[in-house]
Design a protein around this ligand. Structure first.
Ligand SMILES: [Zn+2]
Length: 427
């Protein structure tokens, strides 16, 4: 079966393409990318992308799908419905499920659920430590064999430096990166938001920037010691960005991601005890937000990842101190990233790069580019189309977003995985 996506503006950073082009898809693969009008289309086999942007499907290297164990928050099915609606064709899901994904059988269970859902590609990330307890290494070899593409205790930092060292050494043997959630639990103890003017005013216990930065510094030193591949998740502070910049200048195998909320919002959103602004790491000050943007601009920050963290209404409709950390992010990531393009922080190609080929390379995936012969994972979107975020209308099972009521620009029209339409706004 042949499909032609015609008359769109193709942005494909991996192949240096940014032009009006037609794409021929056959048997689930990109067959050819040529100037408009190169391919004949008949009936349903064409998609007219006039006025739209056509890019490789987005890859989110940091989501929480909550299954097994927390299906009341999200399932692999609802999470991937949310993913494809947001233009994501591949998501890497964190291990803090119940049971924890710290062995091959849980990994295989998640992969089976993803095959049944048959929407986005789901790549499990295995736990670093058994039960995320930070005490002993999980069955990393067994999980890699079962299909995990990275290792992480995300949600929890690895406080034991020697365990972290051994994990970096061990993962090098399998050539998988370790994604780290950087938070010194002693410095952060009892903190529920950023330590700054807003926490003082609200009388809430704060988490200082240093809680993140001391751990980033330690792990960079351990990457230097071991040569292991370190990926730093959700950078939130100016100091952490500076440390990663320095590590890269030194040539260390360190990569980093930022989440849309950390380049969009400041701690002031917490005012009024808004539990949908509660997350870890917390929203910081404007100076930190500016530093994240600078890091995205100069390449210090490789990838944009959502940290999609669905929670039930009842876990957010409580006192701020008690509320769960995190927000849903898959369906707002594209328009929030396009704000950076409109602000001149990133070109459209650079923005797309951070959502596609960069995370693909960090994770060693054959996706993220519209190369001839590659799987036809494609998203088509209208960059100027405005829409209002209505939490109830999100595909995710959870509605915990701080962006409810926001008017955003940039709307997904079509998402394709291996040439199959998995999201179509017309239906
Ligand atoms: Zn985290």
């Amino acid at each position: 079966m042949k499909i032609v996506v015609h008359s769109g503006t193709v942005i494909d950073p991996a192949n240096n393409r940014a032009a009006a082009l037609d794409i021929l898809i056959e048997d689930g693969q990109i067959r050819a990318v040529e100037k408009p009008g190169s391919f004949l289309t008949v009936g349903d086999a064409g998609f007219d992308a006039t006025g739209m942007i056509v890019t490789p499907g987005f890859i989110d290297m940091h989501v929480h799908l909550r299954e097994p164990g927390f299906e009341y928050k999200e399932t692999v099915l609802t999470g991937t419905q949310s993913a494809v609606a947001g233009g994501f064709t591949t998501v890497a899901c964190m291990a803090n499920t119940n049971p924890t994904n710290d062995n091959g059988s849980v990994t295989r269970y998640i992969i089976e659920k993803a095959q049944a859902a048959n929407l986005a590609r789901v790549l499990p990330i295995g736990a670093l430590s058994k039960g995320l307890k930070g005490e002993s290494l999980a069955d990393i070899g067994e999980m890699v064999e079962a299909g995990v593409i990275a290792i992480s205790d995300d949600g929890r930092p690895v406080m034991d430096s020697n365990l972290m060292r051994r994990a970096l050494e061990y993962c090098s043997m399998f050539n998988v990166p370790i994604s780290v959630h950087e938070e010194d639990l002693h410095l952060a103890a009892g903190g529920v938001m950023n330590e700054g003017p807003t926490s003082l005013r609200l009388g809430l216990k704060g988490i200082p920037n240093a809680a993140e930065e001391v751990m980033v510094a330690r792990d960079i030193m351990l990457a230097r010691l071991t040569g292991g591949r370190l990926h730093i998740a959700h950078l939130s502070t100016r100091g952490a960005v500076a440390l990663v910049r320095q590590a890269k200048a030194e040539g260390l195998p360190v990569t980093a991601e930022a989440a849309p909320h950390h380049f969009t919002l400041t701690e002031e959103v917490v005012a009024g005890y808004n539990t949908n602004a509660k997350m870890a790491p917390p929203l910081r000050l404007l100076d930190d937000v500016d530093a994240i943007k600078e890091g995205l601009q100069d390449g210090t920050i490789d990838a944009i990842a959502t940290d999609h963290a669905p929670h039930h209404h009842d876990e957010k409709e409580v006192e701020f101190d008690q509320a769960a950390n995190g927000i849903v992010g898959l369906e707002t990531a594209l328009p929030l990233t396009l704000r950076l393009v409109n602000e001149g922080v990133l070109s459209l190609s650079e923005a797309v790069r951070k959502l596609t080929i960069n995370p693909a390379r960090i994770l060693g995936l054959p996706y993220g580019a519209l190369s001839v012969g590659a799987p036809a994972d494609i998203v088509i979107f209208s960059p100027m189309r405005a829409w209002k975020v209505e939490p109830k209308q999100l595909r995710s099972k959870s509605k915990n977003t701080p962006f409810g009521g926001w008017e955003l620009m940039g709307s997904v029209a079509l998402t394709m995985v291996a040439g199959r339409f998995v999201y179509d706004e017309r239906t």
